[in-house]
Design a protein around this ligand. Structure first.
Ligand code: C2O
Ligand code: CU
Length: 552
């Protein structure tokens, strides 16, 4: 295995992801950021300079466990102090497992400002993927707003609340088309779209007939749940979140923010035609046009318009369609060992929309997460008092709470308290969805856990039943993942082993929801954490501690 070195500068740049020029956050002058490609077992070394003039930055390596390097997880206020303008931070960590990953900003809503890129880990030398393919493509999916993240953040924390609305454009590898037809792009010379065609030109997948291609698909959307389909072609799902799954065939696939998949596509259709790949919105009434890419059968010209129209996105509210996909995802036979057959602790997390002093928030067991000024990792490791709110957050919610209706008392509180988990214990978490503030509204939330993969033991509708539902858990071949969705009015059960010393975020991956407090903090084995680099500790009470220790 190797060490792979990268030198990055995060800065504001002009770019036109959807043919409209904006200022966004790029890396080394590019949007999306550079793709990291490594082999399992390699060490990644990213020297990250913050060239944003007036704000801090951190980068999170989504899906990478950071075993033994919790300070490199890249979460502001949790694993490290944000990197100040003009300062440099060294991210050094191992990528253990082959798979499709990505990275993104994890401070404020910087991810939604374009701070993301792909991280692809190939099998180690001498190891093989358990499936064959002739070539591969990488599709990093995102959604795009014309309003700046600063406007968005102010709106979300204003009274009255201002919602960010639906995205203007869906992007594939940072490119999309807003208010200009894709056909216009392909056919030469169409005014507005043509003028900035480099940044917003459609993605073309150039394929040969009768081959099998691996599509690596990851979603780093701010809000949108997506559905991907390719005209006339089926897909075989083989990987989810860096874990092999038992292969199964689909005509289209839902992808929630924070998830990644690999699918295999065989180019066995009429080779004289090109085909559309289409990505549309699921789970919310769409106001955003689907993003399109071209599957170009060589030697056809890439600008030859496909004969058939783009695949139709399933009805946004067809949750049964989404559920049937989720339920089919199972661990690949022989790829991983089954989970521990019982858990040491069960934490039930009720997801509700609430108000705190009239501000709209999301709460977990009636607590809306407010991050503290001193990152937890440092304050817990050095046992600094009063760095965050004390007391254990609740492990359950009142038995008379009606998940099918808006909260009777919508008031909740903000807190920075954390769940402390016994090192090496096995924990079950039940994510319970509920009705939001408005009647007859319950949303999709993709939950992402840092520092671990977890087994998805089951899903269900309505309120989780501690006896019946536990008895029905899949303990034989549950899939390992790092992100899982809760469906409207439903629950999802996961299990993980707390074997990674550190402090880890567990949160809804929808950027505005996290910003509104939709997350919790898990701390485990912090006494086993090694030497935290000083650069991670330069703020808040740990910063003060450093000064007290080093100055006379
Ligand atoms: Cu990709 Cu904490 O998130
Ligand atoms: Cu959410």
């Amino acid at each position: 295995s190797k060490t792979r070195h990268f030198k990055w500068e995060v800065g504001y740049i002009y770019a036109s992801p959807d043919c409209n020029e904006k200022v966004l956050i790029g890396i080394n002058g590019k949007f999306p950021g550079p793709t990291i490609r490594a082999k399992a077992g390699d060490t990644i070394h990213v020297e990250l300079k913050n060239a944003l003039h007036t704000e801090g930055v951190v980068i999170h390596w989504h899906g990478i466990r950071q075993l033994g390097t919790p300070w490199a997880d890249g979460t502001a206020s949790i694993s490290q102090c944000a990197i100040d303008p003009e300062e440099t931070f060294l991210y050094r960590f191992r990528v253990e497992k082959a798979g499709t990953y990505f990275y993104h900003g994890h401070y404020g809503m910087q991810r939604a400002a374009g701070l993301y890129g792909s991280l692809i880990v190939d099998a180690a030398d001498g190891e093989e993927e358990p499936f064959r393919y002739d070539g591969e493509f990488n599709l990093l999916l995102s959604d795009w707003y014309h309003q700046s993240i600063y406007d968005q953040m102010v709106g979300l924390s204003s009274k009255p609340f201002r919602w960010i609305g639906e995205p203007q454009t869906l992007l594939i590898n940072g490119r999309g088309q807003h208010n200009c037809s894709l056909a216009a792009h392909l056919i030469e010379g169409s005014g507005k779209c043509e003028s900035m065609s480099k940044d917003c030109a459609p993605v073309v997948l150039r394929v040969l007939p009768n081959k099998t291609y691996r599509l690596r698909i990851a979603s780093t959307t701010s809000l949108a749940s997506l559905n991907l389909a390719i005209g006339n072609h089926k897909m075989v799902v083989v990987e989810a979140d860096g874990n092999y799954v038992e292969p199964f065939m689909v005509g289209d696939i839902d992808i929630y923010s924070g998830e990644s998949y690999s699918v295999l596509v065989t180019t066995d259709q009429n080779p004289s035609s090109n085909y559309w790949l289409s990505i549309g919105v699921r789970g919310r009434k769409p106001k955003t046009s689907p993003a399109l890419a071209i599957v170009n059968y060589r030697p056809n010209s890439p600008s030859k318009l496909p004969e058939s129209s783009p695949p139709v996105v399933p009805e946004w509210s067809d949750y049964n369609h989404s559920k049937s996909l989720s339920y089919r995802i199972l661990a690949r036979r022989g790829a991983t060992k089954p989970p521990p057959q019982s858990a040491d602790r069960r934490i039930v997390l009720l997801n509700t929309q609430n108000t705190v002093d009239g501000y709209t928030k999301w709460s977990i067991n009636n607590i809306s997460l407010a991050l503290p000024p001193t990152p937890y990792l440092g304050s817990m490791r050095y046992r600094l008092k009063n760095a965050f709110d004390g007391g254990m957050p609740p492990e359950n919610f009142p038995s008379n709470y009606d998940v099918m209706r808006p909260p009777k008392n919508p008031n909740s509180t903000q807190s920075s308290n954390a769940y402390v988990i016994r090192f090496n214990s096995t924990v079950d978490v039940i994510l319970q969805n509920a009705n939001a503030l408005a009647v007859n509204v319950s949303e999709i939330h993709p939950w992402h856990l840092h520092g671990h993969d977890f087994w998805v033991l089951g899903y269900g509708d309505g309120r989780f039943d501690e006896e019946e539902d536990v008895a029905r858990f899949n303990l034989k071949n549950p899939p390992l993942r790092n992100t899982v969705v809760i469906f409207p009015y439903g629950w999802t059960a996961i299990r993980f082993v707390a074997d990674n010393p550190g402090v880890w975020a567990f949160h809804c991956h929808i950027e505005p929801h996290l910003h509104m407090g939709m997350g919790v903090i898990f701390a485990e084995g912090v006494e086993h954490v090694g030497r935290i680099p000083k650069e991670a500790l330069t703020c808040g009470m740990t910063g003060k501690m450093l000064m007290d220790n080093h100055l006379p």
